[in-house]
Design a protein around this ligand. Structure first.
Ligand code: NAP
Length: 301
């Protein structure tokens, strides 16, 4: 029996662990994959206050070491449901094991969105990737494409431009959602080509990706761009449906929770990108982690 179970070892979950442990509570973190969440894939973080520049991996590793250093325990398993037994919450996992706690913090983050076109699953790992930092090095000297117009797509394009021959940045509008600072940096790169007002319609190639067919939304024309890889960076979607019995979800599946990080269930809290919010940044995720942990500590006390 722990005081608090945290579901998710991303920045929100790890921050919640640090705050809860420093308040004298015992903490178990359940993580389905590896610690760090999405930030681990970010090549360079330049907008975290107090850190001029740090890789997502280094940041996540330091945070992980900080949390485990204070005594956080981590089980690598996927939480599949929460049973509300009043003062005790039982979290069931896909391995069949169950864990009890007085409070639970849902910090499940969000997973990468797929474009939803034919052969996307089949070619994943064969040219289609959702992580430029993980897979970019396989395409050194090659022509590649990035799809998306947010901060992830911009930072992926910038990262890939350092060692790929050409990076096509395919975006469905002519305005970027990502920061002007990164748009400016990319515009200065000679090997990044903007393919704007365009969508990826078709993935071509036998065993591996050899080209993408893009459609210009204004002219309606289509063309093939020869690339060895397509990095899909079109945002994330939440995965909270297993917890609908304890937390209200909005129409997109995010946990509908106020700034207090509480949910409809006493003793269940939420933090980070899985929560309905306007701004999903590292800073807002860690802020949530602190708020949720302190609320859970207060609830237990
Ligand atoms: P995002 O901000 O939601 O951007 C997703 C992009 O993909 C948008 O440009 C969107 O186009 C496009 N898109 C969405 N669905 C699409 C589809 N089906 N087909 C084609 N294009 C599609 O996602 P993100 O870039 O992953 O960023 C997520 C959050 O993390 C953001 O809050 C971001 O600021 C943050 N982040 C921060 C940093 C950093 O601070 N260093 C780094 C990475 C991410 P529209 O613009 O037309 O909607």
């Amino acid at each position: 029996m722990k005081d608090i179970i945290i579901i998710g070892a991303g920045p929100a979950g790890l921050t919640a662990a640090i705050y809860a442990l420093r308040a004298g509570k015992s903490v178990l973190i359940l993580e389905a994959q590896s610690y760090g969440g999405q930030i681990i894939n970010t090549p360079d973080i330049e907008n975290y206050p107090g850190l001029k520049s740090v890789s997502g991996f280094d940041y996540a590793t330091t945070l992980y070491e900080q949390a485990t250093g204070f005594g956080a325990e981590i089980e690598y398993t996927s939480a599949v449901s929460i049973e509300d037994k009043g003062e005790i919450k039982t979290v069931h996992t896909d391995s069949g094991e169950s864990f009890d706690a007085r409070a639970v913090i849902l910090a499940t983050g969000a997973k990468n969105k797929h474009i939803g076109i034919d052969r996307e699953e089949e070619l994943t790992g064969r040219g289609i990737s959702y992580c430029a930092t993980c897979d970019g090095a396989f395409f050194k000297g090659k022509d590649v494409a990035v799809c998306g117009g947010g901060n992830t797509a911009l930072s992926d394009a910038l990262f890939l431009s350092a060692y790929c021959r050409t990076v096509y940045l395919i975006h469905r509008r002519d305005q970027f959602r990502g920061s002007d600072a990164d748009v400016k940096k990319i515009s200065d790169k000679e090997n990044v080509k903007f393919v704007l007002n365009s969508t990826v319609e078709k993935l071509n190639g036998e065993q591996t990706l050899s080209s993408v067919t893009v459609k210009d939304k204004i002219s309606g024309e289509t063309k093939d761009i020869e690339v060895s890889a397509l990095f899909v960076a079109i945002g994330q979607e939440p995965d909270n449906s297993s917890f609908e019995n304890v937390a209200e979800l909005d129409d997109k599946g995010y946990i509908d929770s106020p700034e207090s990080c509480t949910t409809k269930t006493a003793g269940v809290f939420t933090a980070g990108d899985c929560r309905k919010k306007e701004v999903r940044q590292l800073t807002t995720a860690v802020a949530d982690g602190a708020v949720a942990a302190l609320a859970a500590v207060s609830y237990i006390s």
